[in-house]
Design a protein around this ligand. Structure first.
Ligand SMILES: Nc1ncnc2c1ncn2[C@@H]1O[C@H](COP(=O)(O)OP(=O)(O)OP(=O)(O)O)[C@@H](O)[C@H]1O
Length: 256
């Protein structure tokens, strides 16, 4: 089954076409990383999936429905998108996580019993319960990222899209964030699509990879298929060596 289907999408900033005829599919129940050099269009693609940008041609389907035919709240009940980290707002963890319930709220915006249950279980799942009354600005980068992931969980969608979830995190927090992603996938069957710069993390924690170059998908497939294809070497100008370890495989990357 396909969770997100990008069908022959073109998009331009201003007059110059940037993405032309991009097609890609993201498998339901899988963790897929979008990788590619700076400026190749990864965040643009995320915004097209989020319905923030309108393709000049082609369409994006989320769970079989064109994103642009859905109202904002309807789309937000299918896909939760966590944008790139920016300055954290002055609010508590619990208030942030409660924001994830907005697609289910009516005009008054009050949380009902069910909303509160979702907020509680999202904080528990992401391991931020004990920080519930802490101001986001006073958390470490890793704790704050878990709080934002909890907000996407409270949104109760089948699909989570994370744009560079490990930026600014130290190596331990990077791995903890990726382990949380795998846990959400394994225990809650979340489809996860993430833009990630760290190729080692992408190779280690994803089922599938989509490699982008200058507005196109140059290759997509399982980790083994992508490694076999040479698409990463081509896109980044690196060599990759896979090393067997007791925990599976580790990857060593260095300039070609
Ligand atoms: N709002 C905008 N207006 C005009 N051009 C933009 C805008 N946003 C992005 N671009 C351009 O579109 C191209 C793709 O940007 P995008 O942010 O999608 O790339 P990216 O692959 O996510 O980059 P990075 O890895 O550096 O985050 C870049 O050349 C960028 O300068």
């Amino acid at each position: 089954m396909t969770a997100v289907d990008i069908q022959d999408v073109s998009f331009a900033y201003g007059k110059m076409p940037f993405i032309e005829g991009l097609s890609a599919t993201f498998e339901e129940g899988a963790v897929t990383s979008i990788v590619g050099p700076n400026g190749c269009g990864k965040s643009t693609l995320v915004k097209l999936v989020d319905g923030l940008y309108r393709p000049s041609s082609g369409r994006v389907l989320v769970e079989g429905e064109p994103t642009l035919s859905m109202h904002g709240k309807e789309r937000a009940r299918k896909v939760a998108v966590l944008a790139q980290a920016s300055r954290p707002p002055a609010m508590t963890v619990e208030s942030l996580v409660a924001c994830g319930r907005y697609p289910y709220q009516c005009h008054e915006g009050r949380l009902g019993q069910k909303d509160r249950e979702y907020v509680e279980s999202a904080m528990k799942m992401a391991g931020v319960e004990r920080f519930r009354s802490h101001d986001l600005r006073h958390l470490s980068g890793g704790e704050r990222q878990r709080a934002f992931i909890a907000m996407t969980l409270a949104q109760d969608t089948g699909i989570i899209v994370l744009d560079e979830p490990t930026t600014y995190l130290d190596i331990r927090a990077c791995h903890e964030t990726m382990q949380l992603v795998r846990c959400l996938n394994a225990q809650m069957n979340k489809t996860v699509i993430m833009v990630i710069h760290d190729l080692d993390l992408a190779l280690r924690y994803s089922d599938n990879l989509m490699v982008m170059e200058r507005g196109v998908c140059s290759y997509a497939g399982t980790i083994d298929e992508v490694l076999e294809s040479g698409a990463i070497e081509h896109a980044f100008g690196v060599n990759i060596h896979a090393i067997a370890t007791s925990e599976g495989r580790s990857y060593s990357l260095f300039p070609a």
